[in-house]
Design a protein around this ligand. Structure first.
Ligand code: FAD
Ligand code: 2HG
Ligand code: ZN
Length: 470
């Protein structure tokens, strides 16, 4: 049900035009179409106002006005979120970071700190940092569209987490505007700072419900001089776990990513995107990336690791890529899974973290549970140092209530039973907020609600998202 918010009027539109200029206040429904619907086309809002500020001061004026008028806001970055958090539910005003895309500074001497506005597209930021021989400690399939502010607001995980850890460690500072227009300057570039509570951590992963992120500073690693990628075929999940363990033991400090996909996923990218599997057919495929500073050292290490797993017959088939084109082709098989899935029709998407040894049982159990109901149940994801991050996807031609009732809360109960998290990296957004108690205690949820009240007493920031209805 729509909250008790005001409905925007012509006067409000004039105020917004005065703040950011006529051209940056969009009200034509056709221009708002893409901003009202999410990337996987499963949720649609009805906003009739899209605001594109350029500066933090403009964001502050907009939010102060909206707070005074009780106008609800939906913060939006690249709109690649997968839990319906980035689109309005009713007529919330969309506040976009699209024009807030200035790089502010890079300090390669002081430990490679990059400072930029929240609307920088991840890939563009990467290209900019490449000039300084540093990289963003984050990479994901949506890099061409997602904004760094959106990444921080969702605490995105992605393909480099195994090596560089979560954004909670590498984000040094955040500037955000609170619901009442207060500019919260936590844009520190220090790594060591124990002066009281770390408020920027509340902005990381709060999905636009506590503040609007306007700028960030990030600790950026050196660009590795040597990069290798192995693509392996494995026939059992036990075999895959063995390879994972060996990779951690034998590749140690140069291991930078371990990803997997099952045979159903391989079928999807071949069928829908015309991609080529460079090896034979297997139950599972693994991508193992190394990055380091000495090519000869890394290659020797990787080849002795491969020799061992081939000799032990855990892996019977594989290929290594050292040139960029081949690497990109292999990464495409993994990074383009979400895109391939869209061709199947409706996607029920689950993003869970689980003890690694049980994670694929969830795919098998879900397949059995939904037998005859859906088109496919596929599993892929990120293998980490501690837990496993499974992307379980259930597809069918269009939304189907029978499948919906069969799969939820089945998947959440399964996750809770194995002490996992119902959202490893995408957040709760609109779709998963009412399932939060499968992963968080009542006491934690109560504290979250109190924090929300403190930061946003009128509840104007991204209503109907993250926190449960009751
Ligand atoms: P949006 O989708 O626009 O917004 C996401 C959430 O953040 C919303 O709740 C929104 O209100 C809020 N928000 C956005 N900007 C701001 C801001 N400036 N201030 C406050 N709140 C804000 N996610 C992963 O974690 N790992 C992956 O590997 C991964 N791979 C993906 C691959 C593909 C192909 C796609 C489509 C998505 C993938 N995602 C992944 C999900 C998504 O890309 C991430 O959640 C991303 O961080 C969202 O960034 P965005 O700019 O698109 O944010
Ligand atoms: C990925 O790792 C993303 O590819 C998307 O997190 C996962 O689409 C999904 O299920
Ligand atoms: Zn992911």
């Amino acid at each position: 049900r729509r909250g008790n918010y005001a409905t925007a009027t012509a006067t409000d539109i004039t105020v917004f035009q005065d703040i950011i200029g006529h051209n940056h206040v969009l009200t034509d429904p056709s221009e708002l179409e893409g901003n009202n619907i999410d990337w996987i086309k499963t949720v649609r809002g009805q906003s009739s106002i899209l605001l594109k500020p350029k500066t933090t001061a403009e964001v502050s004026k907009i939010l102060k006005y909206c707070n005074d008028q009780k106008l609800a806001i939906c913060p939006q970055g690249g709109n690649t979120g997968l839990v319906g958090g980035s689109v309005p539910v009713f007529d919330e005003i969309i506040l976009s970071t699209q024009r807030m895309n200035d790089f502010i500074s890079v300090d390669p001497v002081a430990g490679c700190v990059a400072v930029c506005q929240a609307g920088c597209v991840l890939e563009a930021l990467s290209q900019e940092l490449n000039k300084h021989d540093i990289i963003v400690p984050l990479d994901l399939g949506a890099k061409g569209s997602c904004h760094i502010g959106g990444n921080i607001s969702t605490n995105a995980g992605g393909l480099r987490l195994l090596r560089y850890g979560s954004l909670r460690g590498s984000v040094l500072g955040v500037e955000a505007v609170l619901a009442d227009g207060t500019i919260l300057d936590c844009l520190s570039t220090l790594r060591k700072d124990n002066t009281g509570y770390d408020i920027k951590q509340l902005m990381i992963g709060s999905e636009g419900t506590l503040g609007f992120v306007t700028a960030v500073s990030i600790l950026c690693p050196q660009k590795p001089k040597s990069l290798n990628l192995a693509f392996l075929g494995v026939d059992t999940f036990e075999g895959l776990l063995h390879v994972l363990r060996k990779a951690k033991q034998d590749l140690g400090e140069i291991l930078s990513a371990v990803e997997f996909l099952d045979s159903a996923c391989m079928g999807l990218v071949k069928t829908h995107l015309n991609l080529t599997n460079p090896i034979g057919e297997h139950e599972f495929y693994m991508l193992i990336e190394t990055s380091g500073s000495n090519t000869q050292h890394d290659e020797e290490k990787l080849s002795s690791f491969l020799d061992e797993i081939m000799t032990s017959q855990t892996v019977s088939d594989g290929t290594i890529a050292t040139d960029l084109n081949k690497m990109q082709a292999i990464w495409g098989l993994r990074e383009r899974q979400a895109e391939a899935l869209l061709h199947e029709g409706y996607n029920f998407k689950y993003d869970v973290s689980l003890p690694t040894h049980v994670m694929y049982d969830m795919v098998l159990d879900t397949r059995r549970h939904l037998e005859g109901l859906c088109t496919s149940v596929v599993g892929y994801g990120h293998l980490g140092k501690c837990d496993g991050n499974l992307h379980l996807n259930v597809t069918c031609p269009q939304y189907n209530q029978t499948i919906a009732s069969a799969v939820e809360p089945f998947v959440y109960e399964w996750t809770a039973k194995h002490k996992g998290s119902i959202s490893a990296e995408h957040g709760l957004g609109f779709k998963k907020r009412n399932y939060i108690s499968y992963s968080k205690s009542n006491e934690s949820i109560t504290m979250m609600k109190k924090i929300k009240k403190l930061f946003d007493p009128n509840g104007i920031l991204n209503p109907y998202k993250t926190l449960p209805d009751t």
